[in-house]
Structure formats: structure tokens, C-alpha cells
Design a binder for this molecule. Structure first.
Ligand SMILES: C[S@@+](CC[C@H](N)C(=O)[O-])C[C@H]1O[C@@H](n2cnc3c(N)ncnc32)[C@H](O)[C@@H]1O
Length: 243
């Protein structure tokens, strides 16, 4: 059992889970939450996730002629904001339920695939956005290496994730995520356990500095990050080496 698997044993009601079981359980989580996913995001974050996503897209600065991948794209909330004239845009996500929910709002090309084994050619993508998806990968480092493979030399990954808030905010954030979010999850989506998993996966996610280190160790260059809302969320940006 690897460290990822051990960490996840907290996340599914103390069950002991291995990688395959984890993947299956995560798939079940997103199938369950798909119909109310976007509404729940608004309720949980008081709509602030929209500002975070807008910042992500601004930092990505997509251009005409580029090929863009929104990995773990779910319902396409980020991809819709990346769309524009003369850009090729692809959503990739293993959850058919999440992508089908998105189909009600957009017609963006969507492929069912995990981040750890992308069905895309080497050096084919200019920009990858990964919003709230890194922590759901079975082995995140494999996913980050796979993104590096599909990026063109000089191409960028922008990863938006929950992170570690400033120390003064931590007690409030902790209470909110421990007690309020699972209740909201129960009330709005009827899926308290799914939201308990999502909160646990946030707790276990590497902080800003460690995530930067992981990206550098994977082979990304010029890695930097920008805190959002006092570190509740964070955007990491890294580039594929040119030569
Ligand atoms: C919290 S949602 C984020 C959706 C969207 N990016 C957004 O910000 O609204 C996480 C997404 O990660 C997807 N996911 C789960 N496991 C994954 C994996 N191994 N590789 C890529 N995506 C995965 C889920 O299906 C889900 O749609």
C-alpha cells in the first residue's frame, strides 16, 4: 500500500482502500454529486470559486491558434471561460456523469480519460488547466508527469487547488469545512459522504511550498504560485522545458 493509499484510508469512512478501489470510489463520488455539483460549488464558496476560476483563466491567457486542455474539467466550468475564437479546446475527465451534466450548457469536445493516462499525443497541448482535480487523481505525480508529456515545449500547466490558508484563518476554515460543508452537501446534493471525502482530500493535499516542490521534481520549470483568498485556494503555474 503506497502513501496515497494510506492517506485515503481516512477518506472513505476509515475503509482500507487500494489504488483501484480509490479510483472506483472517486468515480462514484462524482457520479453522485454531478447533478448538483455547480450549485453546490456556489453555495459552499459563496460564489467565490467563480472569481478563482476567472483568475486562473486570466493567468492562462489563452491565445488564438492554441490547443487547450481542461483536465478534470467536470461540467466544463473552467473550459467555458477558456473558449474563444480560433482555439481548440478539449475537456478531459473520467466522469461521464459530470461531462453529461456540462453538455446541458456547452458543446466543447469532451473525452473520458483519467489524468494519469491521457489519450493525447506527446507535445500537442499549449495550455493545461487543472482546477480542483489534482487531489482526485489516484497517483497525482503520475498525472503531473502525463501532463508534462502532452504539453508542447514551453507549454504551461495551471493548477488551481484548495491549499493551506493563513494561520489566523485556519480555525474558522477548519470549523466551516468540518461542520458546515458536509451539512450543505447533505442538504443540497443529498451526498454528505461525498463532501466528507472532498474535505478530507483537501486536508491531505500538499501545501503551497510542497506542491511547488512536487512540480519541480516532476520536471516543470519556472514554477510559481499565487494564493487566492488568503491561501484557501492557490494557483500553481509551471512550464515544460523548451529544449
Ligand atoms: C472537484 S471536480 C472539478 C471540476 C472542474 N474542474 C471545476 O473546477 O468545476 C473534480 C473532477 O476531477 C475528476 N477526476 C477524478 N479523478 C480523476 C483523475 N484520475 N484524473 C482526472 N480527473 C479526475 C472528477 O471526475 C471531477 O469531475
Amino acid at each position: 500500500m503506497n502513501q496515497n493509499d494510506k492517506d485515503l484510508n481516512h477518506s472513505f469512512g476509515k475503509q482500507q482502500v487500494g489504488s483501484e478501489q480509490r479510483e472506483h470510489l472517486i468515480r462514484k463520488v462524482f457520479t453522485g454529486v454531478a447533478p448538483r455539483y455547480d450549485l453546490m460549488n456556489d453555495a459552499m464558496s459563496f460564489g467565490i470559486h467563480r472569481l478563482w476560476k476567472r483568475t486562473l483563466v486570466k493567468m492562462a491567457a489563452p491565445q488564438a491558434g492554441q490547443t487547450l486542455l481542461d483536465l478534470a474539467g467536470g461540467t466544463g466550468d473552467v473550459a467555458i471561460k477558456m473558449a474563444g475564437e480560433n482555439r481548440q479546446l478539449i475537456i478531459a475527465d473520467p466522469s461521464i456523469a459530470m461531462m453529461q451534466e456540462g453538455r446541458k450548457r456547452h458543446q466543447i469536445v469532451s473525452i473520458a480519460t483519467t489524468g494519469e493516462s491521457l489519450a493525447l499525443a506527446d507535445n500537442s497541448i499549449d495550455i493545461v488547466t487543472l482546477a480542483f482535480g489534482a487531489r482526485n487523481m489516484t497517483i497525482m505525480q503520475d498525472g503531473l508527469a502525463e501532463i508534462l508529456r502532452v504539453l508542447k515545449p514551453g507549454g504551461k500547466l495551471l493548477c488551481l487547488e484548495f491549499s493551506s490558508p493563513h494561520f489566523w484563518l485556519e480555525p474558522f476554515y477548519d470549523l466551516y469545512s468540518r461542520y458546515v460543508i458536509p451539512r450543505l452537501g447533505a442538504w443540497i446534493s443529498g451526498q454528505p459522504e461525498a463532501y466528507a471525502y472532498l474535505i478530507e482530500s483537501i486536508r491531505q493535499f500538499p501545501n503551497q511550498v510542497n506542491m511547488k516542490k512536487i512540480l519541480e521534481e516532476t520536471g516543470y520549470q519556472c514554477v510559481s504560485y499565487r494564493n487566492l483568498s488568503f491561501g484557501i485556494a492557490c494557483i500553481h503555474i509551471g512550464q515544460k522545458p523548451r529544449g
